[in-house]
Design a protein around this ligand. Sequence first.
Ligand SMILES: Cc1cc2nc3c(=O)[nH]c(=O)nc-3n(C[C@H](O)[C@H](O)[C@H](O)COP(=O)(O)O)c2cc1C
Length: 168
Amino acid sequence: MDVLQAIRERRSIRKYLDTPVEDEKIQAILEAGRWAPSASNRQPWHFIVIRDAETRRRLAEAHPYGRFMAESPVVIVVLAIPARHQKYHLCDPHNAMQNMLLAAYALGLGTCWVGVRNTPMENRFREILGVPRGLRVVCAFPVGYPAETAESSREPLEKIVSYERYGG
Ligand SMILES: Cc1cc2nc3c(=O)[nH]c(=O)nc-3n(C[C@H](O)[C@H](O)[C@H](O)COP(=O)(O)O)c2cc1C
């Protein structure tokens, strides 16, 4: 699938079929994360792939806006490694996250960004997944075949773009 098409058409999916997701597709999604840009190419990220239903249930229970993680066959959690880059360790895992959401869409899968960092859920995720203190839990996303179609909207370009100078 063309990258522009994936960017335009990807939507957050919050209902999933229980059809298993093929290992090759999960590997392709992780590869897309691995090839994200990062400051000084420090790659300050780590990804945890969770298929275990009980672990997914516990994560879902811990996150009031991520209950659907109990239903998708796979959840991927994105961590930041502050020791790799003091300034950009939070920005770069988000780059990887966006790559992975687009890759999943191109492979026919649904996802939804679930924010974790700086919420009360971060420590709970840390406990459930055994994440060491030095790392941050940035975000997570369910992966599965969609059981819904979703719509969204964006502000028009005229409202969010200036040319040459702010407001121009
Ligand atoms: C940083 C961030 C955190 C988000 N957290 C959640 C969340 O906890 N639960 C959820 O259902 N959606 C979450 N979303 C998804 C947004 O609601 C969604 O991307 C937005 O409404 C636009 O819809 P679209 O993704 O279908 O285009 C999050 C998105 C971002 C970028």
